[in-house]
Design a protein around this ligand. Structure first.
Ligand SMILES: [Zn+2]
Length: 382
């Protein structure tokens, strides 16, 4: 038995005026998905447990079959894992954005004008040289997204994600560790500004200790692999022993090579993996941009370039089961994530289910099931 988990990030939505009161899933032409839904089981998954942020870290942790209420400590340690960092028990990781804060204290750009990864690395190295030491470490990541590792007693603070502050007054940290965080952010201004880029300081947030997640193999008894261009998803793979595969042409944008991601899944399964997770970011990107056309196009690419050839490819490998769901909704008209339950589809190549329609309205009457239980449902049949 082979298992595939398909994650169109943030694909769930709400009725959109621009789409005639329909959702992208209702508008997109997805004939293969419709066929699978007609012979599978559709329902609603609560991928974001109550009280947790509606982030890709939480939602994907659910999809991977781990209850975020038990295992989620913050997003930074997951991204740190993607960079190959292992945290000691007395270390906390912070996400360190390069941001642009205006002279009047407005968060002008949470992504600091999208510096190149090369510029970002130079900046982070300069910060580490000037401000690092005594357990404080700056680690370069990608573009504006970096990691700070600090002693455990730096963890106790309330921090605001910078992308929630765009064009609003910056909300500085509060809590016992806030003065130390503030000191680092204040001290970063001279160093960052000296580079003459759009970014003019760092922003620390999303902190957490290393989550103690049992391996996927020990939890589910299966060898798993994944492909994703997103650090949070790759970090979850590192933390759970799921093999993280790089794919040429895979990106976190609209231009990802869907065909290459599909072939990566089929090749890994043919080579012995039992389960494969295909994660594509494009739908979430479109949701944040409020771009209805791009979101519909990304869904149609999922169907035409992944599912249409994935299904016959799986048939050639033997019996299979497939789970399709996003990690959260990213409604076009809100341009941000929500914690609403999302539609899921579970299909078994050998046994027909009740059948249904894979849309938000198609599952509106279903009682939500905890998202982290679906991995157990998927893999229960061997
Ligand atoms: Zn997401």
């Amino acid at each position: 038995m082979k298992y595939v988990v398909c994650v169109p990030d943030g694909c769930a939505d709400e009725p959109v005026g621009e789409l005639g009161g329909r959702t992208p899933l209702e508008v997109a032409s997805m004939p293969t998905l419709a066929r699978l839904a007609a012979r599978g089981e559709v329902g609603r998954a609560a991928v974001i447990p109550p009280g947790l942020p509606a982030g890709s870290d939480v939602g994907n942790m659910s999809i991977f079959g781990y209850d975020p209420a038990s295992y989620h400590t913050g997003r930074a340690p997951i991204e740190a894992a993607a960079l190959g960092l292992r945290l000691a028990p007395d270390q906390v990781a912070y996400r360190c954005n390069l941001v642009t804060v205006g002279a009047d204290g407005t968060m002008v750009d949470f992504s600091g004008g999208h510096p190149s990864s090369d510029d970002g690395r130079k900046l982070i190295e300069a910060l580490d040289a000037d401000l690092g030491g005594d357990g404080l470490e700056f680690h370069p990541g990608v573009e504006y997204r970096h990691i700070v590792v600090a002693p455990a007693d730096w963890a106790d603070a309330e921090c605001t994600p910078p992308h929630d502050l765009t064009d609003k007054p910056a909300v500085w940290p509060t809590g016992p560790a806030a003065p130390r965080l503030q000191q680092v952010m204040d001290a970063s201004r001279d160093i960052v500004s000296a580079f003459g880029l759009a970014a003019n300081q760092v922003w620390l947030w999303g902190q957490g200790f290393q989550p103690q997640m049992p391996s996927f193999a020990s939890q589910y008894g299966l060898d798993a692999a994944l492909c994703s261009a997103v650090d949070l998803v790759r970090g979850l793979g590192v933390l759970t022993g799921i093999e993280v595969i790089d794919v040429d042409g895979m990106t976190a944008g609209y231009d990802t090579d869907y065909d290459a991601q599909r072939e990566c899944a089929l090749d890994a399964l043919a080579d012995g993996a039992d389960l494969f997770v295909v994660h594509v970011e494009a739908t979430d990107e479109a949701g944040h941009a409020g771009d209805a056309g791009a979101k519909v196009a990304a869904l149609e690419a999922w169907d035409r370039r992944i599912l249409a050839d994935l299904v016959p490819g799986l048939d050639r490998l033997g019996p299979w089961r497939l789970l399709f769901l996003p990690d959260h909704a990213t409604p076009l008209e809100l341009k941000t994530h929500t914690d609403e339950p999302v539609p899921y589809l579970l299909v078994d190549s050998r046994v027909d289910g009740p059948g249904g329609t894979y849309t938000e309205a198609g599952v509106a009457d279903a009682a939500p099931v905890p998202g982290h239980e679906l991995m157990g449902r998927l893999t229960a049949v061997r």
